[in-house]
Design a protein around this ligand. Structure first.
Ligand code: ATP
Length: 454
């Protein structure tokens, strides 16, 4: 038992290295795994949630078994995954009774939450790492860490999902907290309705509702900016909650400094706490989100199809998920298997085949950089560490192989390198490819990423 636990970090690092996992993929899938027990040759590992459990079971069970055997000398290692709730020593007092479950559901409904949006189903990538960490910190100690928490980013990138995750977490961990999620449109409509009623009782009820809560989450704040009376009412709500040390979480499509007609009173208040952004997800994160969706919906879609969608839909996670749903629905309707051809057919209105990205040397270099988690500046620069030199040579090789351009031109794209340097790099990779299976698979993956039609 102790050897596996003692060497656990080393075991994970080996799997990471041998499977060429990026930091994001590693942090998402492998790092959260904890060894619970070792009995004979059976190693029981806790996965933090069902999504991770299914994914790890499908993709990393064998590599883990092999690596544990190699590192610890255990013969025929058998890995079993369990969820935290399956841990036998868990205190029975923390198990929820049906009544508690119902109460939890009722409270989530009252707070206007979507049950699917929790931290467990939120994939963490380099685009949202900080936002997720801040959200978790706020959820763990509402009113005491970052107040307000201001989350901004483009459409469909996960702001609402993260806000609901905070709310779910607070409701689950505090039996008494009053939590309310509202879009600024709902806030506005409710206020207009209250004003239309024209009586003081309605107005006091409105105020009581919004000022007697512990956590207010208000989505898409940009819609109330400029609407005089809504803005004024929100201002007083904000002040009242803030001075009572209640948590406020706000989302917007832009940071306060770029909201042109934002009143200075708001700008300063929004900046009192923490402002975090969510940017576009990288390829690995898009893949992880699609895998999560596949697991949660109980589908088994081939890797080719997942890569095709992840490669072509980059700017909006809602659209990424929509494309996945469309492919699955199309297959059901046509009573066919989900193949790459079917996916192309199903998505022809979204991803036009003739609109596929023009492949240039810069594009290849950026894809190699993304794959190895290094910057394109480093690939084109002078650093000589192996972390950079190998990806640089891979970029040289792929530019030659895919674009069939002269060595001299490849050198120009990669920081004005001499053609002999490029020739050496290309030859090095060609030689390695004869014996190095891992490199062969990396090159195959990269070729498919660069041109999914191959
Ligand atoms: N990191 C993530 N992990 C898993 N699913 C995600 C992630 N980010 C976004 N999604 C999913 O993408 C969809 C859109 O996300 P969400 O509605 O939270 O976006 P948004 O930023 O609030 O968009 P809008 O500004 O249009 O309201 C949701 O189904 C959500 O579950």
């Amino acid at each position: 038992m102790s050897t596996v636990i003692e060497k656990w970090d080393e075991i994970l690092e080996i799997v990471k290295k041998e499977h060429d996992l990026s930091d994001v993929r590693f942090d998402t899938w492998l790092k959260p795994l904890k060894v619970f027990d070792v009995s004979g040759n059976v190693v029981t590992i806790i996965a933090s949630d069902q999504v991770r459990l299914s994914y790890i079971n499908k993709n990393y069970k064998l590599p883990l078994q092999v690596t544990i055997s190699e590192v610890t000398g255990m013969t025929d290692c058998e890995v079993k995954f369990i969820l935290p709730e399956d841990v036998p020593t868990k205190k029975s007092t923390s198990e929820s009774t049906p009544d508690q479950n119902n109460r939890f559901k009722d409270r989530c409904e009252e707070a206007n939450l979507n049950p699917k949006y929790t931290f467990n189903t939120f994939i963490v990538g380099s685009n949202n790492k900080l936002a997720q960490a801040a959200a978790l910190a706020v959820a763990e100690s509402p009113g005491n860490t970052y107040n307000p928490l201001f989350i901004y980013g483009g459409a469909g990138l996960g702001k609402t999902h993260l806000m609901h995750s905070i709310a779910h977490f607070i409701i689950e961990n505090d039996d008494d907290s009053k939590v309310l999620y509202v879009t600024s449109e709902e806030f506005t409509n409710e206020l207009i309705e209250t004003i239309r009623n024209g009586n003081n009782t309605a107005m006091s009820k409105f105020r009581e509702k919004y000022r007697n809560i512990d956590v207010l989450l208000i989505d898409d704040i940009q819609f109330i900016i400029g609407k005089e009376s809504t803005q004024e009412e929100f201002f007083h709500t904000f002040n009242s909650l803030y001075s009572a040390n209640k948590q406020i979480i706000i989302s917007s499509d832009k940071p306060p400094k770029d909201m042109e007609i934002l009143d200075e009173r708001f700008r300063s208040r929004f900046e009192w706490g923490l402002i975090v952004d969510i940017t576009l997800p990288d390829y690995e994160t898009r893949m992880a989100i699609l895998h999560k969706k596949e697991d949660m919906d109980g589908y088994n879609v081939s890797e080719d199809v997942i890569k095709y969608i992840a490669n072509n839909i980059k700017s909006n996670i809602r659209e990424l998920e929509g494309a996945f749903n469309k492919v699955v629905a199309y297959a059901k309707l046509e009573k066919k298997e989900v193949t790459l051809e079917l996916a192309e057919q199903a998505l022809k209105d979204i991803i036009a085949p003739n609109e596929t990205k023009q492949i240039t040397a810069d594009y290849i270099i950026s894809m190699v950089a993304e794959h190895y988690n290094v910057s394109t500046a480093d690939l084109c620069g002078n650093k000589r560490s192996s972390k950079i030199v190998m990806p640089r040579q891979v970029a040289m090789y792929l530019c030659r192989e895919i674009l069939a351009i002269p060595l001299k031109n490849v050198g120009q794209y990669l920081g004005n390198r001499d053609h002999t340097t490029v020739m050496h790099g290309v030859e090095k990779i060609e030689k390695e490819l004869q014996t190095n299976e891992q490199l062969q698979s990396t090159i195959d993956t990269l070729k498919k990423k660069i041109n999914p039609q191959t």
